[in-house]
Design a protein around this ligand. Structure first.
Ligand code: F3S
Length: 287
């Protein structure tokens, strides 16, 4: 019986950094302390932070209602209007936006100022994308996810288009969309802003799932990068499980299984991965 745990499972660079920034604030006793949205998509971690006194603000109205405190911006980043509300209310802003997301903000705001129309490959409802849209100034912005959306783009032939992607967008799909866009006669400025951490995690997950009889993907239900990992693993391994913690793990033993693969999304703490790993080893040995 073989258990393969992905080397890329767990916190990515940006999440690790954001957690450190937040814990530094806790250590400095910088209360009242809030995060704008949960710092990571992991209920257990958010609950632990709540017990330490870290509040979660859900909306711009929540921020506007505050008169004192520190607001930590999570890895997804925010648009300038949120920064404006924090600052104009006399609150302290601590920016834990992932530097890779920050880079997208810089690209779109620069290109928008140069008169480009902005295309973002991603999910329009995702906070990262909403933040990026905020940095596009007065430029026309389209959030696209399909080849059809590019085909149907209401754009003139001489349009200048800057095309970026949400950091967690599927790399293969982005390539497809870019190919369609470049076939048109627009002036295209394309920057592949998909994060390497996501790419590497997806590749490793695909590779392990192709060798595994059972595959376990650990991560928050609201985490889009974990959902994508689950999709990728399910393509090569039909016995793929999506679990948030060990508690919701209902493992149906597959008697023929010889290899179990484990991977986890970017906001899954190491201790949860270890717990699942130990459980699988024990379960299989005792069964
Ligand atoms: Fe940043 Fe990439 Fe993680 S964009 S938050 S390092 S997945």
């Amino acid at each position: 019986m073989n258990v393969i745990t992905a080397k890329t499972a767990g916190f990515c660079f940006g999440v690790e950094r954001a957690m450190k920034i937040l814990y530094d604030r806790i250590e400095q006793n910088d209360f009242p302390l809030y995060t704008y949205g949960p710092i990571i998509h992991n209920e257990t971690v958010v609950k632990e932070l709540e017990e330490k006194g870290v509040g979660v603000l859900e909306s711009a109205e929540d921020i506007a209602a505050l008169t004192e405190g520190t607001v930590v911006i999570r890895t997804h980043g925010v648009g300038p209007e949120i920064c404006g509300i924090i600052e104009s209310n006399g609150l302290k802003l601590v920016d834990a936006t992932c530097p890779f997301v920050k880079k997208i903000h810089h690209i779109v705001s620069e290109k928008a100022a140069e008169g480009y129309r902005i295309l973002i490959a991603g999910d329009p409802a995702h906070p990262e994308v909403r933040g990026i849209v905020g940095w596009c100034g007065n430029a026309r912005v389209d959030v696209v996810g399909t080849v059809e959306a590019i085909e149907d783009l209401d754009a003139s032939d001489d349009e200048k288009i800057c095309f970026v992607s949400q950091t967690t967008f599927n790399a293969k799909k982005f390539k497809e969309l870019v190919e369609v866009c470049e076939k048109k006669s627009y002036t295209c400025y394309v920057v592949d802003t998909i994060c390497n951490a996501t790419n590497e995690r997806q590749e490793e997950a695909r590779d392990i799932a192709s060798k595994a009889d059972v595959m376990i993907v650990i991560g928050g239900r609201n985490s889009s990068n974990t959902r994508k990992l689950y999709e990728i693993c399910s393509e090569s391994c039909k016995d793929t499980y999506f679990v948030q913690t060990l508690e919701d793990f209902t493992f149906r033993r597959n008697g023929l299984a010889r290899t179990v693969g484990i991977t986890a999304g970017a906001s899954t703490p190491n201790n949860i991965i270890k717990e699942v790993q130990n459980y699988v080893r024990r379960f299989w040995t005792d069964a």
